[in-house]
Design a protein around this ligand. Structure first.
Ligand code: DGJ
Length: 375
């Protein structure tokens, strides 16, 4: 048999069940089952990874990275799904498309990760921020990108990408701190020694990147009760988290920022506030492989931030149930912990973990449940 015919027939055979499935009316979902395929209302597994959820009006909008079958590079862009009940989702299409213009920062084939959207009631704009790596440069660019739309589902218009807070020191860097910084030079240290860690803590890498801007990778957004918004991201070679206040239009950094857990190596920040305390869940840095979640709390977004033990409970709690945090969604008086189970060999087959946050002795915990639903 002709080889081309054989492969086309096989492709058709494999495509058939999905095509048939997608034409069938889908049964309503009544529960959440983390780690399984999560079909949208057309029967296709939801493709919105590293994402976050915006609640606007009576609808939830889930934004995430579109992943293809064979690469994690962005070949499509940011997808958007909508739902009234957080269980049954409708695919609204591509909210932000990558570009075929080779001069665009978001050229097809770039790395575009962890998109989050917040709504600005003053400008009436939906503001999307994401981690951006320029095409062909691996993870070197370490930028954030910003896009806007006048409807939640988009289309979003890309505005700019850059590193963070060039020429600005963190809020806590006093003049004494500056004097210590003057004594630090990268050439003095060997990576991963205690002396190097101490120097990172004091601002070795902030100083290195001061002129060109601080690195900006894994990220989330948070809007506080007073309407002020914050961009929280892994900076300084993923060694230190930064929390940067946004301008009133939510489109830029205001220039006020602080550092969290210097030299602590945190990625995947997800944050919520409960009874006046800010809680942040993060991961360690092990690429696509899962690791143990970390948790921090603070009485103010500006700190001081205190680290607590791993909040996960149950099977595989020591590796975040096989996932990595991406977002914490408040729903009524509940909070939903959202994470990704990455599948780097077939990125589109990555799965989602959604679990309710419980409180034990006043601290959040995330307990594994095979199946659950909203109260
Ligand atoms: C871990 C990050 O959290 C992901 O978003 C992604 O950047 C991978 N690393 C890449 O290895």
């Amino acid at each position: 048999m002709n080889k081309l015919f054989l492969s086309l027939s096989l492709a058709a055979l494999f495509a058939l069940p999905t095509a048939l499935l997608s034409q069938q009316p889908q049964p309503q979902r009544t529960t959440i089952r983390s780690g399984e395929l999560w079909p949208d209302d057309s029967g296709q597994h939801i493709n919105a990874h590293g994402g976050g959820v915006l609640h606007y009006g009576d609808t939830y909008y889930w934004f995430g990275e579109h992943k293809s079958d064979w690469t994690s590079d962005a070949l499509v862009g940011v997808t958007c799904y909508s739902s009234k009940d957080l269980l049954n989702w409708h695919n609204c299409g591509v909210a932000l498309s990558v570009s075929d213009d080779s001069s665009s920062d978001i050229e097809r084939g770039c790395i575009l990760e962890r998109p989050k959207v917040i709504y600005n009631p003053t400008t009436k704009q939906f503001c999307m921020w994401f981690h951006l790596e320029l095409k062909g440069r691996g993870y070197d660019a370490a930028r954030y990108g910003v896009a806007v739309a006048d409807r939640p589902e988009g289309p979003y218009r890309f505005l700019y990408s850059q590193r963070s807070d060039a020429g600005i020191w963190p809020l806590e860097f006093s003049s004494e701190h500056q004097a210590v910084l003057d004594t630090l030079g990268t050439f003095h240290y060997q990576d991963w020694t205690p002396a190097w860690r101490e120097a990172v803590d004091k601002g070795l890498i902030v100083k290195r990147d001061f002129a060109g801007g601080q690195m900006s990778r894994d990220m989330t957004l948070y809007v506080d009760d007073d309407g002020k918004a914050y961009h929280i991201f892994s900076s300084e070679e993923n060694l230190t988290l930064h929390i940067a206040e946004l301008t009133e239009d939510y489109l830029h950094h205001s220039g006020r920022y602080t550092r969290v857990a210097p030299a602590g190596h945190n990625e995947a920040p997800a944050i919520f506030k409960h009874q006046g305390t800010y809680w942040m869940i993060t991961s360690g840095c092990t690429g696509w492989a899962p690791n143990e979640a970390r948790m921090f709390s603070a009485p103010s977004i500006w700190g001081p931030w205190t680290q607590h033990p791993n909040p996960c409970r149950g099977p595989k709690a020591e590796i975040t149930f096989g996932g990595q945090s991406t977002f914490i969604l408040p729903v009524g008086d509940q909070y939903i912990f959202m994470a990704d189970i990455w599948r780097p060999r077939r990125p589109s087959n990555a799965r989602y973990i959604w679990l309710p946050i419980e409180f034990e002795d006043g601290k959040p915990i995330v307990r594994w449940q095979e199946e659950w639903t909203f109260e």
